[in-house]
Design a protein around this ligand. Structure first.
Ligand SMILES: Cc1ncc(COP(=O)(O)O)c(C=O)c1O
Length: 408
C-alpha cells in the first residue's frame, strides 16, 4: 500500500514511479490528423484559455490557467471532441476511406448519408458523453440510444433527448449501466460508442481519447502566446480516467522527461484511480456502490484499463476529494478576483481549481501543498470540462452556498 497524506478529508497519494515508455497512440504524430479533423467541423473554435492573473497573485503562484470547455461546439462540455472523432473513424472504417482525406461534412453528402443512415449508436453516460453522442448522431442523420444510471439529473436527461436520442434511465450505477448498454447494442446490432476501455474493447475508447487531445494541444498553443512553454502543474479530474489519461499521455509525448507534475483529482466516493494508486500493485481497482457525489460526470467506479497505465506511470499524485472541494471551485470561478474573467464551471469541471485554491489559501493544507511542490514559481493548468450542465444545481451551489467549504 502507498502512503496517504490527509487533511480535512482531502487524501493524497504521491507517485514515486519513473517510467520510460510513451503512449504511442497519443503521440504528436498520431494526433495531428485528429486536430485537423476537428477543424473541419462547423462551429470548431479553440475554447478560451482564461488566465486568472489576480487569483494567481492573491494565492502566491506565477500563473493559473483555466481552459473553459463550456464553449465547446456550444454543448457546454468537452465530450464532443472524443465522440466526433471516434464516430468519424468508425465511419471511415465502414466506408473504407482515410480520415485524413475527408472532413466532417463528407459524411453528410447524400450518397454517403444513404450508406450510414441506418446506423444506431448506443452508449451509457452520466450526461455529457451521451449528449455528445446524440448530437453527433443527429447531425449525421443516424439514431442514438443513451442509457443513464439511476438518480440521473432529469435536466440532463431532457438535454440528451433534445439532442435527438432515445434515453433510458436504469436501476443501476454507472458501471453496470455501461454493461447494459453493451448488451443492448449487441442485441440490436448497434454500435457501442463508450468512453471507457475494457479487455477486448479498446479501439473506440482510444479514438475518443485521441479526440480529447485537441483541447490539450490548444491549451499549449494558447499558453505560448502568453510566453509560457510548459505548465509546472496540471490538474486533471477523473471519472474512468479517459480524459485525464489522454491529456497526460499527450503531454508525456510532448514534454518527455520534462512532463508537468500532473495531479489526478476524483470525488471521494468514486475514487477508483486513487484507490488503484493506493493499493499500488500495478492493477486497476474498482469502487462499487452508489458512487454518491455532486460531481456527476466523475461518478464512475471502474478505470479505463488503457489510460490507467498512463495515469499509473506518469501522474505525480492522486487526490480523493470531498464534494466541498468542487463546490469551492465553482464559487471561485463564478466570482472572479478583480478583473479576472468569470468561468461558469459545473461540479465535474471545477474540482481541480477548487483543490488548487484550497491548497494555496489554507494554512491547514500547507503540508499537502508542499507535497505537490506548489510554490511561487508554479504555472498551473486546469481544465473546466463543463459549464452549468445542471443549471438548478449550479445555482444552488454558486448562489445559495450548497456544500459549504469545511473552512467557512
Ligand atoms: C465534465 C466532465 N469532466 C470530466 C469527466 C471525466 O472524464 P473520464 O470519465 O474520462 O475520466 C467527465 C466524464 O463524464 C465529465 O463529464
Amino acid at each position: 500500500m502507498a502512503k496517504v497524506h490527509e487533511a480535512y478529508g482531502i487524501k493524497v497519494v504521491i507517485n514515486e514511479r519513473k517510467a520510460d515508455w510513451k503512449p504511442k497512440f497519443l503521440s504528436e504524430e498520431e494526433i495531428k490528423s485528429t486536430r485537423k479533423f476537428h477543424t473541419t467541423m462547423d462551429g470548431y473554435k479553440a475554447t478560451p484559455l482564461v488566465s486568472l492573473e489576480n487569483l494567481a497573485k492573491q494565492l502566491g503562484v506565477s500563473k493559473i490557467y483555466v481552459k473553459d470547455e463550456s464553449y465547446r461546439f456550444g454543448l457546454n462540455a468537452f465530450k464532443a471532441l472524443g465522440v466526433t472523432y471516434a464516430i468519424a473513424k468508425l465511419l471511415c472504417e465502414k466506408l473504407d476511406v482515410d480520415i485524413d482525406s475527408v472532413g466532417f461534412d463528407y459524411f453528410k453528402l447524400p450518397e454517403v448519408a444513404e450508406k450510414i443512415k441506418d446506423m444506431v449508436f448506443v452508449t451509457a453516460t452520466d450526461g455529457n458523453h451521451g449528449k455528445a453522442v446524440a448530437w453527433t448522431a443527429t447531425q449525421l442523420g443516424c439514431k442514438s440510444i443513451v442509457y443513464m444510471p439511476k438518480g440521473s439529473s432529469l435536466r440532463r436527461v431532457q438535454t440528451i433527448k433534445e439532442a435527438g436520442a432515445k434515453v433510458y434511465i436504469t436501476e443501476v450505477n454507472y458501471d453496470d449501466t455501461v454493461r447494459l448498454a453493451k448488451q443492448k447494442a449487441e442485441e440490436i446490432g448497434g454500435f457501442l460508442v463508450q468512453d471507457t476501455a475494457w479487455e477486448g474493447y479498446e479501439k473506440i475508447p482510444n479514438w475518443i481519447c485521441r479526440g480529447y487531445t485537441t483541447m490539450a494541444a490548444e491549451a499549449l498553443d494558447q499558453m505560448k502566446l502568453d510566453g509560457i512553454i510548459r505548465p509546472t502543474h496540471v490538474f486533471l479530474q477523473a471519472g474512468v480516467g479517459s480524459f485525464a489519461g489522454a491529456v497526460l499521455g499527450y503531454y508525456v509525448n510532448v514534454f518527455k522527461d520534462q512532463c508537468p507534475i500532473t495531479i489526478i483529482v476524483e470525488p471521494e466516493k468514486a475514487a477508483c484511480i486513487y484507490k488503484s494508486a493506493l493499493i499500488n500493485d500495478n492493477n486497476p481497482h474498482s469502487v462499487t456502490g452508489d458512487l454518491d457525489t455532486i460531481m456527476a460526470g466523475l461518478a464512475c467506479g471502474e478505470p479505463n484499463i488503457v489510460t490507467w497505465e498512463i495515469l499509473r506511470d506518469f501522474a505525480g499524485a492522486y487526490v480523493s476529494c470531498p464534494d466541498y472541494v468542487a463546490a469551492k471551485g465553482m464559487r471561485v470561478l463564478a466570482n472572479p478576483t478583480g478583473s479576472d474573467r468569470k468561468v461558469v464551471s459545473g461540479e465535474s469541471g471545477a474540482v481541480g481549481l477548487g483543490l488548487v485554491s484550497l491548497l494555496l489559501e489554507r494554512e491547514e493544507l500547507k503540508e499537502l501543498k508542499n507535497k505537490l511542490q506548489l510554490d511561487e514559481h508554479s504555472v498551473i493548468l486546469c481544465f473546466s470540462t463543463e459549464g452549468d450542465t445542471d443549471p438548478e444545481d449550479y445555482k444552488k451551489v454558486v448562489d445559495d452556498g450548497k456544500n459549504p467549504s469545511i473552512f467557512e
